[in-house]
Write a protein that binds this ligand. Sequence first.
Ligand SMILES: Nc1ncnc2c1ncn2[C@@H]1O[C@H](COP(=O)(O)OP(=O)(O)OP(=O)(O)O)[C@@H](O)[C@H]1O
Length: 273
Amino acid sequence: MQTSAPTPVVGTHANQAPPAGEPAKITARDVNVYYGANHALKSVSLDIPGKSVTAFIGPSGCGKSTFLRCINRMNDTIPGCRVEGRIGLDGDDIYDPSIDPVSLRARVGMVFQKPNPFPKSIYDNVAYGPRIHGLETSKTGLDDLVEASLKRAGLWGEVHDRLKAPGTGLSGGQQQRLVIARAIAVNPEVILMDEPCSALDPIATARIEELIDDLASQFCIVIVTHSMAQAARVSQQTAFFHLGSLVETGPTGMIFTNPKDGRTQDYITGRTG
Ligand SMILES: Nc1ncnc2c1ncn2[C@@H]1O[C@H](COP(=O)(O)OP(=O)(O)OP(=O)(O)O)[C@@H](O)[C@H]1O
């Protein structure tokens, strides 16, 4: 007999979608991605609002991470990968030849599944971006920026007395908050998160989810997650992908309680996945 998974509980912030009529922060139009002959992403068009959390969900291999990587041109670094279509960031075409991918990645930061602090001190992990982008040159200015970023990432209290210690010596959850502090330090507009909690225990996961909730007041956050419960807890919009296509998108509450497409219904009730 087929059993259905319980519908995830939609979080308290999930219905607080940005006001209708706000211009989208990110506008994707007819985006196709190929890895050699593999047509991995098929004609995806999607608007992503600013200052809120958008979750990408869908079965393994459906193209969630591929689409996420399009938003800061990380796919440029994969040999054989070809991206077609248009992605606008506040209306600027991020694939225009005039756009420098390194500067773009300061505007659009990324947090990966496995925490990846640099093999440097906690301080230097956070100071690295502002230094290379020339955002802060004075010692006191940099100190203040490191402190503010660590506070914003909810890590300052745990590390303020050991800033010279290696970032890699922190716990997994602390490392992920350090990586988030590193992303925040260059004052990005968008933070992409690719399964940011999948290597963490439930307590560390809860802290990252609280942090995401907090950061959404300032940043446009896009999160790929395998956990429908997590998508329901943290996001205001959800986009469901299946076999390389975007099936449907809408307010998270609607996607989890009243999806329009049978494929979404089957996924959220655990019949596929
Ligand atoms: N670096 C790569 N090189 C070649 N093919 C890739 C690469 N990354 C992804 N693909 C292919 O693109 C398709 C989409 O993969 P992608 O990782 O984007 O899906 P996903 O929904 O994020 O999957 P998962 O949930 O398992 O992480 C798959 O067919 C995958 O094999």
